[in-house]
Write a protein that binds this ligand. Structure first.
Ligand SMILES: Nc1nc2c(ncn2[C@@H]2O[C@H](COP(=O)(O)OP(=O)(O)OP(=O)(O)O)[C@@H](O)[C@H]2O)c(=O)[nH]1
Ligand SMILES: [Mg+2]
Length: 245
């Protein structure tokens, strides 16, 4: 049995959190537990999460950040807490389940069968036979952003921004999450930049696996606005400067 802790950042998720979906998840051969990070929510998120934890404390844990610090910091703090318990894998997964939990076994299969892979990232690729539904504007802005990100990193990565990623535990992983990220929203890019800074581009190209998910859907109630695209561009520019050798 391998152990995975999945970190779920939650900001004002009282209304959209599908508690039952989390309760029902079981992956044969893997022991999966969840660490929900309440990111200074102003609604009843904390109460909801604490009730879930109390119903099954072995599978559900809550880390409460009193101040809202953004997804990047919420995930980072969750990872540091999760890594202290030395699981085999640590991942993060958006609370809205835009990527359904039914995709998780595919991530674990890759990590189990391919020891050289250190990071499996969900990729939203629209192919026939899959259900990838994204509002058109988001899709096109997203593809422009993804292309800029790929060329900035110098890596043929298709989709850094899907909110479903699972990592193999390692000293490097702890190191990658040890310091706060510059970017609140495209910290996924920084994670890869930090791996590149430690291992080199070629090694990273061989240790990251993009898994095209079967289903992904835009979830209403997103807290992301269109000016966030400009903010993301600015962040990308800052990341480029900060991680350039
Ligand atoms: N917006 C927002 N989300 C946060 C924050 N802290 C943690 N999160 C979590 O980050 C995850 C992603 O948030 P979403 O609002 O779904 O943003 P998104 O997935 O990038 O945008 P969509 O593609 O429109 O869903 C969710 O699990 C949020 O609860 C925060 O300060 N602001
Ligand atoms: Mg979302």
């Amino acid at each position: 049995m391998s152990r995975l802790t999945l970190v779920v950042p939650c900001y004002n998720e009282e209304r959209r959190l599908d508690v039952e979906a989390f309760r029902q998840l079981a992956v044969p051969g893997h022991d999966v537990d969840f660490l929900f990070v309440n990111d200074g929510s102003r609604d009843g998120t904390l109460r909801l999460l604490e009730a879930l934890r109390d119903s099954d404390p072995r599978r559900f844990a809550v880390l409460d950040l009193e101040q809202n610090s953004g997804k990047a910091e919420a995930v980072r703090r969750g990872f540091l807490a999760a890594l202290d318990k030395a699981p085999d894998y640590v991942g993060f997964w958006d609370a809205d389940l835009a990527t359904p939990l039914a995709e998780l076994p595919g991530f674990l299969d890759i990590l189990t069968n391919r020891p050289s892979i250190h990071l499996v990232m969900g990729a939203r690729v629209r192919l026939l036979g899959r259900e990838i539904s994204r509002r058109p504007a988001r899709h096109y802005f997203g593809r422009v952003g993804a292309t800029l990100i790929s060329s900035s990193l110098g890596l043929a990565v298709y989709d850094t921004q899907c909110g479903a990623k699972v990592f193999r535990s390692s000293d490097t992983l702890r190191d990658v999450f040890s310091k706060p990220f510059i970017s609140r929203w495209i910290f996924d890019v920084e994670i890869i930049a930090r791996y590149i800074a430690r291992w080199g581009r070629d090694a990273v190209a061989g240790s990251v696996y993009e898994l095209p998910v079967m289903r992904w859907h835009d979830v209403t109630g997103s807290n992301v606005k269109s000016h966030d695209f400009l903010r993301a561009l600015h962040d990308l520019w800052k990341i480029r400067r900060a991680y350039r050798k």
